[in-house]
Ligand binder design. Structure first.
Ligand SMILES: [Zn+2]
Ligand SMILES: [Zn+2]
Length: 151
């Protein structure tokens, strides 16, 4: 399946290339709308996978955004360190730093020895189990240069 697409930014309306490295074996996640980052203006917007257009040979010189990847994120209980009390499969173009700030979830720990058992608590991502996230950007806008030749 092709995974290079062309799309237009919802903010600046400019066209750019979009790589979707979706895990086709894990279709458990029905979500097709992913928040992606425009490589030209740096703003984020909701992209529906259904609206992506496959790239033809005439569009060789597109600037590419950060690749969208499928990742499985585990959340541990912060009180008893029980591992993976919540598991989340998502598609994202974020780095780990961005993901851990943005993807805070609420869940209940059911470990009998946990001081907070049965209480809803805010969880930060603990680790990525499957898939990989984008590298951390050293400077804002740096990824435009880094990803132009990807893959
Ligand atoms: Zn834009
Ligand atoms: Zn716990």
């Amino acid at each position: 399946m092709a995974y290079r697409f062309v799309t237009a930014c919802a903010n600046c309306a400019k066209q750019f290339g979009d790589l979707w490295v979706m895990d086709s074996t894990r279709r458990a996640c029905p979500k097709t709308i992913v928040k992606i980052t425009c490589p030209l203006c740096g703003k984020r917007f909701d992209q529906d996978a259904k609206d992506l257009l496959q790239i033809g040979s005439q569009l060789q010189n597109l600037v590419f955004g950060r690749p969208v990847r499928s990742v499985q994120v585990d959340y541990d209980c912060p009180y008893c360190s029980d591992r993976g009390i919540l598991v989340s499969l998502l598609h994202t173009d974020l780095s780990w730093d961005e993901l851990s700030k943005e993807h805070v979830q609420t869940a209940v720990c059911d470990n009998g020895f946990c001081s907070q058992r049965g209480v809803f608590q805010e969880l930060k991502p603990s680790r990525v189990v499957l898939g990989s996230l984008n590298p951390v950007e050293l400077r804002t806008g740096n990824y435009v240069r880094n990803y132009r030749a990807f893959p």
